[in-house]
Design a protein around this ligand. Structure first.
Ligand SMILES: Nc1ncnc2c1ncn2[C@@H]1O[C@H](COP(=O)(O)OP(=O)(O)OP(=O)(O)O)[C@@H](O)[C@H]1O
Ligand SMILES: [Mg+2]
Length: 465
């Protein structure tokens, strides 16, 4: 159920920074402002220059504020999948208040008991997604508040990221004069937003073709099964055109956008255009078909790698097929080429809201949607991760200063699952760019507990490289 209010998504992309302000009224999302500004200080999806990225974000904020007619104070920013590790986590606390009625404070405390653990000093908790609560042994509870019990347990997935990268992200947002509402795990938000309920249940894959990278996320049984980042995107297509035709990158980008076609069979061998070639006095004639062959070679290379990875994990023939988004997917013929390579149903996702009917906006929309759809329990869990005290406990602390706070009564349950670092190949790539990023190797040790561990093991075995 969506919350009423304004939610702003911030997509810090390699090619462009996108901002979207959405207003939710009675479950209905209305886009009230959007902007798309040239990116700076971002390489392979990671901030490498805080000052440059913050300046670019400020420009995008100014544009979005002007369009939305409101001032933007806080944002929900996306974090790419390549930097993540996921581990199943559980916690337990006794319910200590006299009525035995479970409160928000108990929810926060049980999340804290799940999250508090000896973590690698290079890593930090990004988010915690509660899976279920267990009250006195009764499982599968989504929101235990108001229920009676003596023992509250919970299970969920803990997402951690490299401290340096998260620090840079926070610092950049702060430098841009903004408050960070939530760091949103991009593939989680994207698959929720782009796929429908049935596709998420039966299984489908989303391919986000950006400028500097292509991100793949497969979902089945409503859960992420696999995500991976390939460090190639639309900018590589432009560079290829520039190299092969010996023309500037600006000219190459123009050719791609104006005459580009991803599927050579659909491109004309008769239609041609003039290109300014370096070292030639006269412009050179190039056919649309030849340009298409240059483009399709790169896109084919990206799709071939994705196909291999999906096949290896038995995720290629999911009933929902493949859904393509991102600015790199705007090229005509992309669906035809993808269909030929993947041999499964493929569709292009174009957002339905006025003014943003462009696949490049799918990510930023998903960030605002994710924030708008967070439940109260999700928000309490996020607060606990950030060390915030819930409202009711703040009141109790002020009113009854001499009373011990509930927090001091928390029983810290030793964590029963082994941390299971899951590192993708792209993380290793990212680590090359940033030498201080953690480079643990994936292990499959997940201690099983009441079937949950088993389920998560299945998830982790097939997720990431
Ligand atoms: N009309 C168009 N035709 C072809 N390509 C396009 C078009 N518009 C944008 N692109 C390409 O889309 C790419 C940018 O896509 P997008 O905005 O999704 O990337 P990003 O989110 O900034 O980058 P990343 O996700 O890699 O960090 C660029 O390579 C650009 O050339
Ligand atoms: Mg992107």
């Amino acid at each position: 159920m969506a919350r009423d209010g304004f939610f702003t998504g911030l997509d810090i992309g390699t090619s462009s920074i996108k901002i979207l302000v959405a207003e939710y009224i009675n479950e209905e999302m209305n886009v009230i402002g959007v902007s798309n500004a040239k990116s700076a200080g971002v390489k392979d999806g990671i901030i490498v220059d805080i000052e440059a990225a913050a300046t670019a974000i400020k420009k995008a904020i100014d544009q979005a504020e002007e369009k939305a007619g409101i001032s933007i104070g806080q944002v929900n920013v996306g974090l790419p999948a390549s930097l993540l590790q996921i581990e199943p986590t559980q916690g337990m606390i006794p319910v200590t208040n006299e009525t035995k009625e479970i409160t928000s404070t108990d929810v926060v405390n049980v999340v804290e008991s799940a999250v508090t653990k000896s973590m690698n000093p290079d890593r930090e908790v990004i988010t915690f997604v509660p899976e279920e609560f267990i009250v006195d042994g009764f499982q599968g509870i989504r929101d235990p508040r108001g229920m009676m019990g003596t023992r509250l347990e919970m299970r969920g997935l803990l997402y951690t990221g490299p401290r340096t990268i998260l620090h840079n992200l926070r610092k950049t947002v702060e430098r841009a004069g903004l408050k960070l509402d939530n760091i949103v795990i991009s593939p989680l938000a994207m698959t929720k937003s782009v796929l429908n309920e049935g596709e998420r249940e039966f299984g489908a894959t989303v391919i986000d073709m950006g400028g500097g990278q292509t991100t793949v996320a497969s979902v089945k049984n409503q859960e992420l099964q696999f995500t991976h980042i390939y460090q190639e995107g639309g900018e590589y297509v432009t560079k290829d055109i520039s190299k092969v035709l010996r023309t500037s990158q600006a000219t190459a980008e123009g050719l791609k956008v104006n005459y580009g076609e991803a599927y050579p069979e659909l491109a004309s061998s008769q239609e041609s255009f003039q290109v300014d070639v370096i070292g030639e006095v006269e412009p050179v004639e190039v056919t649309e078909r030849y340009l298409s062959e240059i483009i399709s070679a790169r896109v084919r290379h990206i799709f071939d790698q994705i196909k291999q990875n999906l096949e290896r994990r038995h995720l290629l023939d999911l009933p929902g097929g493949i859904v393509i988004v991102g600015g790199g997917a705007i090229l005509p013929g992309i669906v035809e080429l993808a269909q030929e390579i993947f041999e499964v149903p493929v569709k292009l996702y174009v957002p339905n809201q006025i003014g943003i009917r462009n696949p490049a906006f799918a990510h930023v929309i998903s960030l605002a949607e994710y924030a708008g759809n967070m439940t109260e329990v999700d928000q309490l869990a996020q607060g606990a991760v950030r060390g915030e005290i819930p409202q009711e406990q703040q009141v109790a602390t002020v009113s009854f200063r001499s009373q011990p706070t509930t927090q001091s009564q928390t029983v810290q349950q030793p964590v029963q699952t082994n941390p299971t670092p899951v590192v993708s190949q792209a993380q290793t790539e990212a680590s090359k760019a940033l030498p201080d990023v953690d480079q643990e190797v994936a292990t499959e040790e997940v201690q099983e507990s009441r079937g949950f561990g088993k389920r998560v093991r299945g998830l982790l075995n097939s997720m990431f490289d």
